[in-house]
Design a protein around this ligand. Structure first.
Ligand SMILES: Nc1ncnc2c1ncn2[C@@H]1O[C@H](COP(=O)(O)OP(=O)(O)OP(=O)(O)O)[C@@H](O)[C@H]1O
Ligand SMILES: [Mg+2]
Length: 240
């Protein structure tokens, strides 16, 4: 694998006050990869993403980005450095139009010369193109997910952290979201994909990490994971 990793989580402990969630968790992501983090309900997937973003800070270990220790960097600064989080609850502004949602994200990304233009992003999301004057609240779940991803792109994301982007979506929309993830990756964006739907992770990811009770219990390629019935069954509840 090429050079140094772009993003590293190294021996991290993190949680919420007295609740310790992540235990000595390590993972790394290289530039241009799609890496999936899969595991059951409550395994610590979202907590891992929050720790990378600086929404919560590790009590031990480090988060590194481009060779720098960013463990203490807060979420606003993390976004400006090029890491973007698309949370499960799809944070868009329902009372603003699609265009306004994108404009705010574009400004919020800071002075980033590499940020994708709103025009280019709309070119990727056909179903948003015709709805730029519609309010966020009038979009379907799938369209809100697309808008949420588009906001990350126009905010200048180099790395995008996706928290269960296909959750609750109809199967044909799941495929649209998967296509978008592949396309943004083709454009050079590095992806950390959290999924409970292991099939989505397997289809898209170069490498996968399996998390259980706050610990990484397995890592490997999608082909290796697909072939490992015991891991699938024990940690992911998938019967092959
Ligand atoms: N704000 C919080 N305060 C206290 N405990 C929390 C908080 N958020 C999550 N937890 C706990 O941390 C653990 C891990 O939660 P986390 O949300 O990271 O899991 P997850 O893998 O994302 O699960 P899911 O698949 O349900 O989204 C759970 O036991 C959860 O109850
Ligand atoms: Mg979660």
């Amino acid at each position: 694998m090429s050079a140094d990793p772009l993003l590293t989580v190294d021996g991290v402990n993190a949680g919420y006050g007295e609740t310790k969630v992540l235990h000595d968790l390590s993972l790394e992501i290289h530039e241009g990869e799609i890496v999936s983090l899969v595991g059951r309900n409550g395994a610590g997937k979202t907590t891992t993403l929050r720790t990378i973003m600086g929404i919560i800070q590790p009590t031990a270990g480090t988060v590194g980005y481009r060779g720098e220790d960013v463990s203490e960097v807060d979420a606003t600064e993390t976004v400006q450095r090029g890491i973007s989080f698309v949370p499960e609850e799809r944070r868009i502004f329902p009372e603003l139009t699609v265009m306004e949602n994108l404009e705010i994200a574009h400004i919020g990304g800071g002075d980033d010369a590499d940020a994708m233009s709103i025009e280019e992003a709309l070119g990727m999301f056909e179903n948003l193109q015709d709805r730029t004057e519609n309010h966020g609240s009038s979009l379907s779940g799938g369209e809100q997910q697309m808008l949420s991803i588009a906001r990350a792109l126009v905010g200048g994301a180099d790395v995008i952290l996706l928290d269960e982007p296909t959750e609750g979506l109809a199967p044909y929309i799941v495929q649209d979201v998967m296509d978008i993830i592949e396309e943004l990756n083709d454009r050079g964006i590095t992806v950390l994909l959290v999924e409970q739907n292991v099939h989505v992770g397997l289809a898209l990811a170069d490498r996968n990490y399996v998390i259980n009770q706050g610990e990484i219990v397995w890592e490997g390629t999608s082909a290796e994971l697909e072939a490992d019935e015991e891991i699938l069954d024990t940690y992911l509840g998938v019967t092959a």
